[in-house]
Write a new protein. Structure first.
Length: 296
């Protein structure tokens, strides 16, 4: 499997955006079947460059995350990124997990602080890491992985010092050895443009900064998402969603249109790629890629 850093280098050399998808581990066998035998094959028809698989709060889906990553790489030949968090894990446990990940042939990780199980404030495990920059540095010491980190165009919801302080923490993650940045979802591209400008011009970050995009499925769904992650819904978008609050089908159609416009603007601005939060579904993402002329 390719290193993600090499995928972005090749995309830049070819003058084309890198396309990637994110999945989450389903909770049921039926969900596993739908993801691996329906959603993934449908998305593979668009010829994506790679995908990522999330890691549940407190590492609760660790085994399933690795199972899905292994299946995606082994059965479908698509490079996959495994999420890895600091939560509820000591350095030695993470060292052992990295050895297991390496044995599976997985070479790409997204290093995150992570969310504690049950919510609440984060507290480092005894003998563990408090910051994701520490996790990045530790992974870099353990072998040749390509390491991604999360970026927050509006600032992390838990960073009380504000977005500029949060962006400085992101710079520290890059300095610790991160190869690429995937951002949290956002709905106002100006937030992303300001974020990227500050990182590159003010802080000297020179790794790929990749916007994360989600296609709205319903007004209720996106309100839940943004409440959890702290992303802002701009007033015009909020008004439109309110008007569509009783019609999920119309909201989903609007979501495809809105995400397409977001991606068009981002691609004009020269982003290295687009990372789609698929929500384990294929239809919206496939249609957006077709709208953009990127469904190979």
């Amino acid at each position: 499997m390719q290193f993600i850093r090499d995928i972005y280098t090749a995309g830049r050399a070819a003058g084309r955006p890198v396309i990637s998808f994110e999945f989450f581990p389903p909770k049921t066998e039926e969900g596993d079947h739908n993801l691996l035998d329906k959603t993934l094959p449908a998305l593979l028809q668009t010829k994506p460059d790679y995908c990522s698989v999330t890691y549940g709060a407190g590492g609760s889906t660790r085994d399933k995350t690795l199972m899905i990553v292994d299946r995606i790489q082994g059965q479908h030949g698509l490079t996959a990124v495994a999420h890895l968090t600091c939560v509820c894990a000591t350095k030695e446990q993470i060292r052992e997990l990295l050895a297991r990940i390496r044995a599976l042939g997985v070479r790409n990780l997204l290093a995150l602080r992570g969310d504690p199980p049950g919510g609440g404030d984060f507290h480092a495990a005894s003998g563990g890491f408090e910051y994701s920059s520490e996790l990045v540095r530790f992974i870099r010491e353990q072998g040749d992985f390509s390491i991604g980190v999360a970026g927050f165009p509006e600032g992390h919801i838990a960073c009380k010092a504000g977005k500029y302080a949060d962006w400085q923490h992101l710079k520290e993650k890059v300095d610790a050895g991160a190869d690429f940045i995937l951002t949290q979802l956002f709905f106002d591209n100006e937030d992303f443009h300001q974020f990227r400008e500050h990182l590159t011009r003010k802080l000297g970050v020179n790794v790929p900064i990749v916007p994360g995009i989600v296609s709205i499925l319903s007004a209720a769904q996106i309100k839940r998402f943004t409440a959890m992650c702290g992303a802002r819904i701009p007033a015009p978008l909020a008004a439109k969603l309110e008007a569509l609050s009783q019609d999920d089908a119309a909201a989903a159609e609007f979501g495809i249109e809105y995400a397409t416009r977001q991606c068009e603007d981002l691609l004009r601005a020269g982003v290295p790629g687009i990372h789609f939060y698929s929500l384990n579904k294929s239809q919206a993402t496939v249609r957006i890629l077709k709208n953009l002329g990127l469904a190979k």
